[in-house]
Design a protein around this ligand. Structure first.
Ligand code: FMN
Ligand code: SF4
Length: 503
């Protein structure tokens, strides 16, 4: 039997030579090369896995010029300088992969592989229930939106189900604009059928006939993979007028965004999907009642929707058994910035920040001590190492003046200038603001000026008061979380790293 060798086609792996590695292995002729997603151990990419009787043996990082030597040393039978069994590596073993269970394992575009690894079980279970029961399963699972706000997914679906309309939509937010986040991309590139299945279940639950994935233009590989997967799903009867013979019809389309951070905000995304400039809409009305083209619309993040199939396949209770407090299930944390081992960690909520940064991440890549981490994207707080015992939990983070957001964790070493980071928060907001409301549009510009005065020593004490006043105004007066949360990184930098604001 021909040995199977797995090489990621994920764009992170491709950026460091995975295509050339795959070509060289294929050219040897001794193995069948299967392209997969990435396991998320980014420092080991390109990671080559060889199927053996004991499991998949890993080699990495493998440069194209390493291939011939590795094959000569017995790689195709799992011998030579390997990392051992991939599933047994501490990084993998310590995780609970539910949303990412197939990422890095299957060929992302093989429908047979998808079904062989549990795909479509959730959809079949959903189609066997009345839609309202599917909604209640989502409620009972405790799943909360992974896009940032952490709103309970099932409650949102209940509102859309209850809305009386001929036409409803499911929109997937794959804009993934947060700094240090890439889990949406990896899921779409590594296991796109899971997102398609999750959206189809959501559509069935609320009575939607059409869905859109709003995907950022910076992710060309994800766009191509998802479009291909949608075609294949249609061929399998997983999308279309009569899904799996149930009589329920739903179809899905990809729309590519043009690269504005604000287009990740759900109402701005809906404007963009309608072909307009990405401006934030005032709420109410909420999108669940008046969303795309004025119709009731589910807007959910990629990870929220991609978690739905496993919940339906295994039941709400099994999912809710993971986690802590009101943060139930698992979350996909993304380690980035100045970190030795960057990558994807899916674990139950409740793991501490320190465990993620130190135990998984191995500290900084520079070897210098960690000074700060920013959690939850550009609008998230900067936290010092003294807060490393904080559990990853929506409420614990909120109580600490921080947010879990989309699960991005960006690490900085002792050389970071936190006043410059606070200034950057305002600069970012000034650049990315949609401009609709004054506290954000003007406040962000005034914020940059105020920090410049503080660090240059101009009326420092007075300007620190002005800064706090401005933060309060932006928090309370902004129309959306762009202006409303920009004070979070600023205030946390002043609170935890006040010495950087001295002259
Ligand atoms: C400025 C801004 C940017 C956002 N960017 C994203 C994004 O890129 N992806 C995302 O899923 N949610 C983003 N959100 C959150 C969305 O508005 C919305 O809460 C989310 O898509 C709902 O899905 P969920 O409930 O599954 O999280 C952003 C919010 C704001 C205020
Ligand atoms: S807070 Fe900023 S991004 Fe949000 S509506 Fe106001 S101007 Fe637009």
């Amino acid at each position: 039997m021909t040995v199977r060798v797995f090489v990621p086609r994920d764009s992170a792996a491709r950026s460091v030579g995975a295509d050339e590695v795959a070509e060289r292995i294929a050219a040897d002729g001794g193995a069948e090369v299967v392209r997969t997603g990435s396991r998320g151990m980014l420092w080991l990419e390109p990671l080559v896995e060889v199927e053996t009787a004991a499991g998949r043996v890993g080699y990495g990082p493998v440069a194209p010029e390493d291939v011939d030597g590795l094959i000569a040393a017995g790689m195709l039978s799992g011998a030579g300088a390997s990392l051992g069994l991939v599933e047994e590596l501490p990084w993998m073993k310590r995780q609970q992969r539910l949303t990412f269970q197939r990422v890095g394992v299957v060929d992302p575009l093989s429908t047979a592989d998808y079904v062989a690894h549990g795909g479509t079980r959730g959809l079949l279970a959903a189609l066997a229930m009345p839609p309202a029961d599917v909604v209640e399963t989502a409620v009972d699972s405790g799943l909360r939106g992974r896009g940032g706000a952490g709103f309970p997914t099932g409650i949102k679906w209940r509102t859309v189900l209850g809305a009386d309309a001929d036409l409803k939509f499911v929109c997937c937010n794959a804009d993934e604009g947060d700094s240090g986040t890439y889990a949406d991309r990896m899921l779409i590139e590594g296991d796109p059928f899971t997102l398609i299945e999750g959206m189809t279940i959501a559509a069935y639950a609320v009575g939607a006939a059409e869905g859109y994935v709003y995907l950022r233009s910076e992710y060309p590989d994800a766009v191509a993979t998802l479009k291909d997967a949608i075609e294949r799903a249609r061929d399998e009867g997983w999308l279309g007028p009569d899904i799996l013979g149930s009589g329920f019809g739903f179809d899905l389309h990809v729309r590519v965004g043009a690269g504005a951070y604000i287009c990740g905000e759900e109402t701005s995304m809906l404007e963009s999907l309608e072909g307009k400039r990405g401006m934030v809409r005032a709420k109410p009305p909420i999108p669940a009642l008046e969303g795309l083209f004025g119709c009731p619309t589910v807007v959910n993040n990629v990870l929220s929707l991609a978690t739905v199939p496993t919940i339906l396949a295994h039941g709400a209770a099994e999912y809710a058994a993971y986690g802590t407090g009101r943060s139930l299930g698992t979350s996909v944390f993304q380690l980035g910035g100045n970190i030795a081992h960057g990558g994807i960690v899916e674990t139950a909520f409740g793991i501490t920040l320190g465990e993620l940064v130190n135990d998984f991440g191995g500290g900084t890549s520079s070897g210098r001590p960690v000074r700060a981490v920013q959690v939850g994207g550009p609008l998230g707080a900067y936290l010092p190492v003294e807060q490393f015992d904080l559990p990853m939990d929506y409420e614990a983070f909120a109580a600490a003046g921080a947010m879990v957001g989309h699960g991005g964790i960006v690490v900085f070493d002792e050389t970071v200038d936190m006043a410059a980071m606070a200034r950057f928060a305002f600069e970012f907001c000034a650049a990315e603001s949609c401009g609709k409301c004054t506290p954000c549009r003007v406040g962000a510009v005034r914020g940059v000026e105020t920090i410049d005065r503080i660090v240059s020593g101009t009326d420092r004490a007075k300007n620190l008061v002005v800064l706090e006043d401005l933060c309060e105004l932006m928090t309370d007066g902004s129309l959306c979380a762009m202006g409303g949360l920009t004070p979070m990184p600023v205030r946390s930098a002043v609170r935890h790293f006040g010495e950087d604001f001295q002259v």
